[in-house]
Design a protein around this ligand. Sequence first.
Ligand code: ALA
Length: 424
Amino acid sequence: MSSGTGAAAIPIQRSPWDSDPAELERIRQDFPILQRQVHGKPLVYLDNAATTQKPQSVIDAISRYYSLDNANVHRGVHYLSQAATEAYDTVRQKTGRFLNARFPSEVIFTRGTTDGINLVAQSYGRRLVPGDEILITEMEHHSNIIPWQLVAQQTGAVLRAAPMTDSGEIDLKEFEQLLGKQTRFVSLVHLSNALGTVNPVKEMIGLAHERGIPVLIDGAQSVPHLGVDVQDLDCDFLVFSGHKLYGPTGVGVLYGKESLLEKMPPYQGGGGMIDTVSIERSTWAPVPQKFEAGTPMIAEVIGLGAALDYVHALGLPSIAAWEHQLLTYATQELQQIPGLTLVGSASERASVLSFVLEGIHPHDVGTVLDQAGIAIRAGHHCAQPTMQHFRVSGTARASFGLYNTMLEVDELAAAVRGVAEMFI
Ligand code: ALA
């Protein structure tokens, strides 16, 4: 993997469970849902880009919190409140270490990736004035398009998108040309949920920084599948979701450089984010509390902490290596199916395989596979501009997680071959 991807901190190596099926089976036992059947068939879960399954340790951490430790944080002098506050703040420190942030206060808990991008758009973005430009790319998820459209409408700023090539890679020359005198902000996806492309974000951040432009990285897919080092990338902001990292839904992380977060106005007002309040005016708590109005997602943050522990114990380099092997094998197997076209053939891809079958609607592919117990996603993947580029209404998408097996790839390939033959 080149250093340009920003994942240089995670060298690809062989995964320990690569040559030891018993180790992979042991890992699978950690995920109770993988033992269930769907339509009378063992579940083959290949929709990890949408959400990942949860290990028992995450489920137990949430259950234990509600059973034994439930209390509000940052508000009480009593034992439980202090214990909950300590548990909550410990996850902030853990997340900071996971991302290699300089300070734990650079970690803000959000409801998820979408919430984090909206926070930056509605806080940092409020400084934009008519004629200012925001630069994204053609391969963004809707959650990295709409918040910028909204702030552009509010401020008179202009939203531009760097185009991609037909292999699903950002055209870096075009990207650089679009970094103009008026560009005030850049927001980029690291790993495309629709194509699997790994963008050279470190290089792109460097190009933006040469012009003094801050950059947000949408790490929804890259944080769980590649791992990210925010200091190595030198991104100004990065967002991800807990539920795509084997943690719970309803919690995510916004990393921001302290110097930027300190200058930004609050996104939402309420309890917990203030220093002083009078009817006339209020002053704000320091970062990160300034951005965490109201009772936060305490149980979810604690579940995220357990997910970080789980991933850390296995090691992201091992996870990335295993998923790389699954993707390579799946690509090789699916490419042999008559009538199948891969959508997205970038030289650097991870964890996601998008495809269309000639003359067959992706939803039909998804429905037939579902009957075989195989869960994939079919549709536009909340990336309609990406679909428009490839002139398709949607794709079928298999996406891998740390617990998938080569046998499951064989089952996927056999089922997709069956669909192709059924409709010919
Ligand atoms: N963004 C998620 C996906 O790609 C929901 O499926």
